[in-house]
Write a protein that binds this ligand. Sequence first.
Ligand SMILES: *Cc1c(COP(=O)(O)O)cnc(C)c1O
Length: 357
Amino acid sequence: MSRPIVATLKLSALRNNLQVVRQAAPHSRVWSVVKANAYGHGLERIWSSLGETDGFAMLNLEEAILLRERGWKGPILMLEGFFHADELPLFDQYRLTTSLHSNWQVKALANAKLKAPLDVYLKMNSGMNRLGFSPERVHSIWQQLRAIANVGQLTLMAHFADAEQPDGITEPMKRIEQATEGIDCPRSLSNSAATLWHPEAHFDWVRPGIVLYGASPTGQWCDVATSGLQPVMSLQSEIIGVQNLKSGDTVGYGSRYRAQVEQRIGIVACGYADGYPRHAPDGTPVRVNGVLTHTVGAISMDMMTVDLTPCPQAGIGSPVELWGNEVKIDDVAHAAGTIGYELMCALAPRVPVVTQS
Ligand SMILES: *Cc1c(COP(=O)(O)O)cnc(C)c1O
């Protein structure tokens, strides 16, 4: 037997979550966002469970080519476009839809020798100030693109910085409407948060990521608890040791946790080298034998320690859920000062992954 840690991917949850998206945005097509190796889940493992999607969005050329080689024939949107002009022959060969956010890309596309035009997402900066053309320039770039033979179907794209806030898209929507007056083309504006909470921003294509994996765009599970989303990934391990502490005994590096009374603690085969957040404080939720308890002491590279007081039956070999169906990844992330996105993306390569249909 090997080290007991394992990540299980529930593929039916992906299908379910795509349905939740469809119900939330019934009039839009769906780009399933699978960047960052499908948010750490493994693109190769999960893409076919999202096979009912209208397209896949990502930003890594290798991942796009992998999808094509595995047989995906539908649209693929490269969210940041090409990073260098010499990638254009591959965009052409693999029929990738490119985002364009900068002048140099427009020129490079105009000058490329392609077999057929590429579909283009014109990216507007609606206030996030990351990528995209300023609102004032959208009209002229639009005109310019329409005159380029290498440009196929044109779509307008923007990305919200605050879509999880009730009034978080009001300003950007105003900017978008002003900048695109008189421009008649499909639009794609909505990430997961806007897909769930801002139907006025759905338009032609939505671009959900995090909700497909069953976590919250806000980083707080309570915000999506009634949405019907199901966690896809669960991280499980086992108790591999037990210590009986006397009052005053400490646990782990830095002796951060000190027992106030006699206390039984379990040593779990999971640490930060598996992707568990090292910053998790005492009290971060975890389930042992199906019972809710919490971490005590610093997270080590390969181990962590949990309070066994609520589960006196637990001992060596008892199953531990670090996150999954019961302990939500958002709750662990929140305790550690981050969001579920980061934890799923950080699942370490050394953790074996199994899929469950
Ligand atoms: C990552 C990303 C998304 C998906 O964001 P979620 O919050 O995970 O839904 C959508 N659009 C763009 C441009 C992105 O980079």
